[in-house]
Design a protein around this ligand. Structure first.
Ligand SMILES: N[C@@H](CCC(=O)N[C@@H](CS)C(=O)NCC(=O)O)C(=O)O
Length: 218
């Protein structure tokens, strides 16, 4: 019996769900996955019981309920410190929290005009200029981290909270066929090759739910 329950939504469309799920995997937490389909009419009522924000991911562990991805990441780091969800050095930890915060609160043009849709592929997708600005900032963050900490992950040898926060951006860049330089393309390959990511993507591909407005190219 797992000692935690993680509530998530669609694996194909659920970018925040992916972030929380990947953090839990990176932390080595044993958890039962509770998947609420996005088109379930009872979804909001069920989610309200689990997450005060009526949003997922939501984690339940030893009677503690945590919602919101950043809070889940910090909580996982407290209960599994050896997993290194946050980097060891104080300066690197501050840097990691800063870019996680930037992802959590920003990049709205990228998030709204390139929604996560793992099953889809839109070759030659035309980027809106504000989305281009967001993508350029993300790529600058990645390049800075990879050069500062030596890769192959953002803060060095092992994936951490920041890699989980940016994982749905990696899938979006692939879905929307965004051209990348060698450094960022290699980073995307590293993320997609994580066993947990391979597992998530395989499950996303099997999902049959479709949200039409997210499947349209716009
Ligand atoms: N800031 C929240 C965002 C969570 C979020 O928007 N989750 C989406 C699914 S991935 C959701 O629950 N959507 C349901 C809704 O908007 O009603 C977090 O970091 O967890």
């Amino acid at each position: 019996m797992a000692d935690a329950i993680l509530t998530i939504s669609s694996k194909n469309y659920g970018a925040w769900a992916l972030r929380g799920w990947l953090m839990a995997r990176l932390a080595g937490l044993e958890f039962t996955e509770h998947l609420i389909p996005p088109d379930d009419p009872e979804m909001k009522a069920e989610m309200l019981l689990l997450s005060a924000s009526i949003r997922v991911p939501a984690l339940e562990h030893e009677s503690v309920r945590v919602w919101d991805t950043l809070a889940i990441g910090e909580y996982l780091n407290e209960i599994r410190p050896a997993a290194g969800l946050l980097p060891a050095g104080r300066a690197a930890r501050a840097h990691c929290r800063a870019i996680c915060g930037e992802m959590h609160s920003g990049f709205s043009a990228l998030r709204s005009s390139l929604p996560m849709n793992i099953k889809a592929h839109f070759p030659h997708f035309k980027l809106w200029s504000r989305a281009r600005t967001d993508i350029d900032r993300v790529l600058a963050i990645w390049t800075d981290c990879l050069q500062t900490y030596g890769g192959p992950f953002l803060f060095g040898q092992r994936p951490c909270m920041a890699d989980a926060m940016f994982a749905p951006v990696v899938t979006r860049l692939l879905t929307y066929d965004v051209a990348l330089d060698g450094i960022c393309a290699a980073y995307c390959r590293q993320i997609m090759a994580l066993p947990a990511m391979e597992e998530w993507v395989a499950a996303a591909r099997l999902e049959t739910d479709e949200i039409d407005e997210l499947d349209a190219e716009f």
